[in-house]
Design a protein around this ligand. Structure first.
Ligand code: PHB
Length: 555
């Protein structure tokens, strides 16, 4: 497991060997993250102080890496960027080892539970188990809060030495409104005396409270979780609202259960199997070289190479030496060295002796906004691209009872009498997406869904006979797609394929719908289906990156 993190150095000049394009590219990603994920190039230019031509080259490079999308006038963070935060979280291992227990505790208490680590003078979230309530009390994975205004903060500061307190003091003096903490509204720092009193108490008690200092109405209780070596690995917090708990009642009623959960987590950490390194990634260096060939001046190879170093320091690879980094990425040793020097200077990598580790700051590269992405949002650009290829309407849907419900749609011309929008429902048995979704269900569940809504005919061609429908669904399951011809509406033909989550479960379906006169059934299979399948694969790839440490809502 990576070491606990010390305070980052204050603004120090960049070392002579630092890679300037990497620094600028990271500045752009940080700015996009702080602005919620989308900005115009001119806004990036204005807020980073970079020249427009530099901004364009950076965004072209990031777009080539699929870390951003450039559509129309905007630059938007893209799901693939989460592979950087995923590298940190997988190297850290805590979300994988403790996340399920945090989720179970949230269920048991019916309150939100979070896991967080210290990051310099702040607290950064690495896992969220959020209760859905009218009043949302949750920060996002990757959000950074000022330590002194949180429950875990005093527990973190209990481990600080004089040098780290001085750093805290300097940081607050240099940023009196707390503008560095973009997840919370600006606010002046707490007096040092108050923070140190709370820290002393936390050291003595082994737990700490936040009584609405981060947000009115929010109360939180935190305890540390220690690794096998006795060092604090992370903090687990239960978060509530003053409509349900005062800070005192939160402690009185929930502290014993929070401590028990932390003890169980510590047991999990003691028993954790050793980390396993995945197969080496493909030769990243040759990929960046090929992109350079293709895009020329518009592709900044130094930026791409530097970011591949971050992605390479993932699970089982969190203590790589320079030699290991060069081998894993395929970069020349001198290139890898300069990238590491730059990333260390910026606080995304720390070195302990010769071993390099990612820091929690890596999560500031896109994770907070991207961790809230839904499946329809992930799918949307891919649906749009497919519509452009096939010139017909493309949709996304989920199964609700015996119906399909549209969750995404990119329409071309109106080809149907019915007007389909997001939210529209149709009987699943008569639609291509519904058939794909029904076909993926375990047999008993399929039967009960069909029984729930007696299949009825929508056109003269609708298959409604239970035996025939079963045969059709078995066939769909075998083929991996459904083609439905005029069963929902006369003149309408559609073809659908399933979307799988990272466990292989079908979570949604995508289809192309067209007028029956525009293509034959055969053409649907030979022309449309391959493109539809390619689209589904691209959506799945983005989904699998996004849901590695985050629950992605299907709608
Ligand atoms: C806090 O204010 O201390 C706090 C807020 C949200 C959390 C955990 C702690 O999830």
């Amino acid at each position: 497991m990576p070491p606990p993190h010390t305070l980052q150095p204050a603004e120090t000049p960049a070392p002579a060997e630092a890679v300037a394009p990497l620094m600028r590219g990271i500045a752009v990603l940080r700015r996009l993250t702080d602005e919620g994920g989308t900005m115009s190039p001119s806004a990036i230019e204005r807020t980073t102080g970079l020249a427009r031509s530099t901004v364009d080259r950076i965004t072209a490079t990031l777009a080539r890496m699929e870390y951003v999308r450039v559509d129309g006038r905007d630059v938007t963070l893209a799901p693939r960027l989460m592979e950087l935060g995923n590298a940190y979280l997988s190297a850290l291992r805590l979300p994988s080892l403790l996340g399920a227990r945090a989720d179970a505790l949230a269920d048991e208490l019916d309150e939100s539970v979070s896991l967080a680590v210290g990051d310099g003078d702040g607290i950064r979230f690495i896992h969220q188990a959020t209760r859905r309530r009218a009043m949302s009390l949750s920060f996002r994975i990757g959000d950074l809060l000022p330590a002194e205004r949180t429950a875990p903060g005093p527990l973190l500061a209990a481990g600080w030495d004089a040098h780290q307190w001085r750093r805290w003091r300097e940081q607050r003096a240099s940023d009196p409104d707390g503008l560095a903490f973009t997840a919370v509204p600006p606010s002046p720092p707490m007096a040092e005396k108050d923070f140190s009193v709370r820290t002393e108490r936390a050291r003595h008690d082994g737990w700490a409270l936040d009584d609405q200092s981060i947000e009115p109405g929010l109360v939180a209780l935190a305890v540390p979780v220690r690794a096998a070596d006795g060092e604090v690995a992370c903090f687990v917090s239960v978060v509530s609202h003053t409509s349900r708990h005062t800070a005192a009642s939160l402690r009185d009623t929930l502290l014993p259960r929070l401590l028990a959960a932390a003890a169980a987590m510590e047991q999990d950490l003691r028993q954790a199997p050793p980390a396993v390194a995945p197969d080496s990634p493909a030769a990243l260096a040759s990929w960046t070289g090929a992109s350079k060939q293709e895009l020329g001046r518009e592709f900044n190879e130094s930026l791409a190479r530097g970011l591949t170093v971050l992605a390479a320091l993932g699970e089982g690879r969190d203590a790589l030496t320079l030699t290991d980094v060069a081998r894993t990425t395929g970069l020349a040793r001198a290139t890898a060295r300069r990238a590491l020097i730059t990333l260390e200077h910026l606080g995304y990598v720390t070195a302990q002796g010769r071993a390099h580790h990612l820091t929690p700051r890596v999560l500031a590269l896109g994770y907070p906004p991207l961790s809230l992405t839904t499946l329809p949002q992930i799918a949307q650009p891919h649906l749009t691209a497919l519509t452009g290829q096939v010139r017909d309407s493309v949709s996304l849907a989920v199964l609700i009872g015996g119906d399909v419900q549209y969750t995404g749609r990119v329409a071309t011309r109106r080809i149907m009498n019915v007007n389909i929008t997001v939210g529209t429902r149709f009987p699943a048995h008569a639609t291509s997406m519904g058939r794909v979704l029904l076909a993926a269900l375990p047999p008993a569940e399929r039967e009960s869904r069909l029984a729930g809504a007696e299949p009825h005919a929508l056109t003269p061609y609708t298959v409604t006979g239970p035996a025939e429908l079963r045969t059709v669904l078995d066939r769909v399951r075998e083929d991996g797609y459904a083609l439905v011809d005029e069963e929902l509406e006369v003149g309408l033909r559609s073809v659908a394929v399933p979307l799988h989550d990272c466990r292989g479960t079908v979570v949604a379906a995508v289809n192309v719908a067209m007028h029956s006169s525009s293509r034959t059934r055969e053409e649907c299979v030979t022309d449309v289906l391959p493109r539809l399948r390619a689209t589904a694969s691209r959506i799945e790839a983005d989904l699998h990156i996004t849901e590695r440490f985050v629950r992605v809502p299907a709608m």
